[in-house]
Design a protein. Structure first.
Length: 266
């Protein structure tokens, strides 16, 4: 069993610990408690981390997206107010004036009409100073053909990056990875993606996932592998055949009792 990246062995006594672990028992159960802190060393600084008492828990699907206030290229933004009643995409960039980030921001700006069509608010994040965002924005427009048309956060103290788990210390303890969070109108996390700094993201895929999320939130369907907007969808198993017949009078295909497809509902 893995807990916080540490392996625990399950045995006759429920948990068998390594020599530096001890167990607390509650009734017939055993609860593992870290006896000796594990050390994580970065350069000359040693940080001690208790993996059971303080597990690293990144944001997961279904969690509430943390609220924050930030300085951006469009002024100060209170995140919950900015996205209120809308879908949202929050995504991070390792550093200004870098080639992959420049292409990503330019392409996202080109896709802005598509995001608007889906009622999606887009907001980017960089840990660089707000003063460097403006000249970088000019570079983006010059090289990518589209001006920046969404706010870009200046997260200089990395407070938001840490809040959302965008900094992965084993990759870099100062720069963010390429994180993407899709957040619903209920302010819950619907999707998370993390790419390494060397790999540009596929924002067409982000749009595709948003199409699926919005469709499946409205109808009792799921989307199959490589689905695109307009393709057939899957009827979820909680819908009986009788209910499906009433819901889809045009008919549906039964490949297996658990696999039924139907034309995408509007």
């Amino acid at each position: 069993m893995l807990y916080g990246g540490v392996s625990l062995s399950i045995g006759p006594e429920l948990l068998r610990m390594e020599p530096d672990w001890k167990c607390w028992r509650f009734g017939s159960d055993a609860f593992a408690h870290r006896h000796t802190n594990l050390s994580q060393t970065t350069g000359k600084t040693t940080k001690k981390k208790n993996f059971l008492e303080e597990p690293d828990m990144s944001l997961q699907i279904g969690d509430s997206a943390p609220d924050f206030t930030a300085n951006t290229t469009e002024g100060k933004i209170h995140f919950y107010d900015y996205i209120d009643g809308h879908w949202a995409v929050l995504f991070s960039h390792p550093k200004n004036f870098t080639p992959v980030c420049t292409t990503e921001l330019g392409y996202t700006a080109k896709l802005q009409p598509e995001f608007a069509k889906r009622d999606v608010k887009v907001i980017g994040l960089s840990v660089d100073q707000i003063e460097s965002h403006e000249p970088w924005s000019k570079d983006i427009e010059e090289t990518q053909g589209t001006a920046l048309n969404f706010p870009l956060i200046a997260d200089t103290d990395k407070s938001i990056a840490n809040l959302y788990g965008m900094i992965h210390p084993n990759a870099s303890d100062t720069l963010t990875v390429r994180s993407v969070f899709v957040i619903g109108p209920d302010k819950k996390v619907k999707l998370t993606l993390n790419y390494p700094a060397s790999t540009g993201r596929n924002f067409d895929e982000v749009l595709r996932v948003i199409d699926s999320l919005q469709l499946t939130a409205k109808h009792q369907v799921a989307t199959p592998v490589n689905w695109k907007n307009g393709d057939d969808v899957i009827i979820v198993n909680s819908v009986t055949d009788e209910q499906a017949k009433a819901k889809y009078p045009g008919g549906f295909k039964t490949l297996k009792p658990y696999l039924r497809t139907v034309a995408q509902p509007q």
